[in-house]
Design a protein around this ligand. Structure first.
Ligand SMILES: Nc1ncnc2c1ncn2[C@@H]1O[C@H](COP(=O)(O)OP(=O)(O)OP(=O)(O)O)[C@@H](O)[C@H]1O
Ligand SMILES: [Mg+2]
Length: 282
């Protein structure tokens, strides 16, 4: 088998603890306590777990935004932990991120075209005509027409803004896309449209995903492998099918039991139930 795209081994990430008065200074809190997993090229890998379990911290460590206390992160042979604060541009090109809230990740004072164009120029030094062509191309990939080039983020719906954030992330032609709760801020019907888009982009572009979510139902559409996290550790890993059909860990079972199931009533039964409701006195 070929080498994985990303290999995370025994990763520990700590945050400094300490009050404003200086008590406890020097003490640290391990948000990630020895996590290991690999992501193959083109694979959809999901981290699922309750709030505070350390999912985003793992994403931040891979992006080089927080230091690695111990363990290693190796991307395509390169030691990410050794980058320190100077993450090379070539690495940033290959590993991109989409966050939950595009309102805070997009610049409200720049048009969609300017923001995507800026990324293209920084990474590929494209000229003006080539930049314009690629911006339209990228917007097309996420289902937005040329009309959106001159729009400001504030003029867009939540789903459209998230599509712009995805297009901007794709501008560098990454091999790994970290999606940290990318649909949590969207309403349910927009969620499934954006998830469908992410799923088809993965196939079209051969992208690998690290998909972070607290919601197992959301993850099923986009991940082949799901790792369940609890308090800084991975408690269960499985292909999405085995994990959903036969969860071994009690915590996974608990998470699954909170996933809404489709209505058990058939169409006729639902109609009958509605008729009965209408007939009932108010
Ligand atoms: N900058 C920070 N300084 C100190 N502690 C932090 C910092 N960021 C996160 N933490 C703590 O680290 C733990 C893991 O946080 P993290 O954001 O990784 O969780 P998460 O699984 O992404 O949660 P959520 O689902 O709420 O986004 C939490 O206990 C959190 O309070
Ligand atoms: Mg998080």
């Amino acid at each position: 088998m070929s080498a994985p795209l990303l290999a995370v081994s025994d990763l520990v990430v700590s945050y400094p603890l300490g009050s404003a008065l200086g008590f406890g200074r020097g003490r640290t809190f391990d948000a990630v306590k020895g996590v290991s997993f690999t992501i193959e090229p083109g694979q959809g890998f999901a981290l699922v777990g309750e709030s505070g379990s350390g999912k985003s911290t793992i994403g931040r460590a891979i992006l080089g935004l927080v230091p690695v206390a111990s363990g290693s992160i190796v991307f395509d042979g390169a030691d990410v932990a050794a980058f320190g604060k100077r993450v090379p541009l070539a690495y940033r090109r290959q590993v991109q991120v989409v966050f939950q809230d595009p309102r805070s990740s997009l610049n409200p004072r720049r048009t969609v075209g300017e923001q995507i164009g800026q990324v293209l120029q920084r990474h590929f030094s494209t000229g003006r005509t080539e930049t314009e062509r690629r911006v339209c191309d990228l917007l097309g990939k996420v289902g937005l027409g040329a009309y959106f080039v001159d729009r400001f983020p504030g003029e867009l719906s939540g789903g459209q803004r998230q599509r712009v954030a995805i297009a901007r992330a794709l501008a560098t032609e990454p091999r790994l896309l970290i999606c940290d709760e990318p649909v949590s801020a969207l309403d349910v019907s927009t969620q499934s449209q954006v998830l469908n888009l992410l799923a088809s982009l993965r196939i079209e572009l051969g992208l690998a995903y690290l998909f972070i979510s607290h919601d197992l139902a959301v993850v099923r559409q986009v991940a082949d492998v799901v790792a369940v996290m609890q308090r800084g550790r991975i408690v269960e890993v499985g292909t999405s099918d085995t994990l959903y059909e036969a969860p071994a860990d009690p915590y996974t079972r608990l998470l699954l039991s909170s996933v809404p199931q489709p209505s058990p009533l058939g169409r006729e039964e639902r109609r009958a139930a509605r008729r009965a409701l209408r007939a009932a006195p108010a």
